[in-house]
Design a binder for this molecule. Sequence first.
Ligand code: SF4
Length: 336
Amino acid sequence: MHTGNQQTRSESWQMQLANCVTRPEALLEILGLAPTLLPAALDASKTFAMRIPRSFIARMEYGNPNDPLLRQVLPVGQELTDVAGFGLDPLGEKDKNPTEGIIHKYRGRLLLITSGACAVNCRFCFRRHFPYQDNQLSGQHLQRALDYIKSDSSIREVILSGGDPLAASDRRLQQLTSDLAGISHVKTLRIHSRLPVVLPDRVSDDMLHWLRSTRLKTVVVLHCNHANEIDDSVKAAINRLKMAGATLLNQAVLLKGINDSVDAQVTLSEKLFDAGVLPYYLHVLDKVQGAAHFDISEESAQILIRGMMEECAGYLVPKLVRDIPGKASKTIIPVS
Ligand code: SF4
């Protein structure tokens, strides 16, 4: 596959993060795409900036405006259309924000917003309007968050979320992991991240060190939506995480025109399993303003899962779920 993208694999992950492509004109040039896409991309990126690691662009097909990886990250004009039922806070998270940096929706576990930054800005992101600036986890805020976790002995699992928690430095993550391991009722550390997929060099020796040395059970939930996202460098990163003792799961979002066919989903599941990752959740789209053009109906999603059940083993069929504000857990959409 020719992409015209010069990826320097010897760069550190921090350098690669700093060198993400953020200008739509640069992206179109790298991929040899028509300049007619530019005005809409510039407009839409004013509301939600464009940001893509070069290693992710290298997996896109040169000259193809419909590439399934490109469509997840290229700003388009449809994002600027207001659609009824699509809002700024689709999961009602602002009401579940007891102290800065914590989202406590479900019993026994909570989210720690570890970093507001991401390596990639996914156009369908349900937190594209989240007030990260009010949720910086540093100094007093971090201490308050840790005190909150200490004070509630029902919390067994802490989920590092974001943004992307792995956008934070290993030094910070090592300290945070050690702080959490010091709270005896916390048993499991779960990390939700897209970084091992979009920028696999993030799975560095330093990261493996803190992951390996904690007493906490570790679960890494990857976020991979299409089989083309998994290349040899991603497989190697997954392997390193497994060797460090992490349980590997994947969650995906069902996206119109990107992965909404039985074939796309079966290929994704098979490729994940081959790499050592179990498909866990397939989310129907959260109704966030700017992402309505990715939405498909619940009925179509159910038909798709039924199709998957006919094509592959049960453990390769992810649970179809929806987040409904106020519910005690994710809502599993029944498929008979
Ligand atoms: S939080 Fe996840 S889905 Fe949202 S932009 Fe960041 S990586 Fe993408």
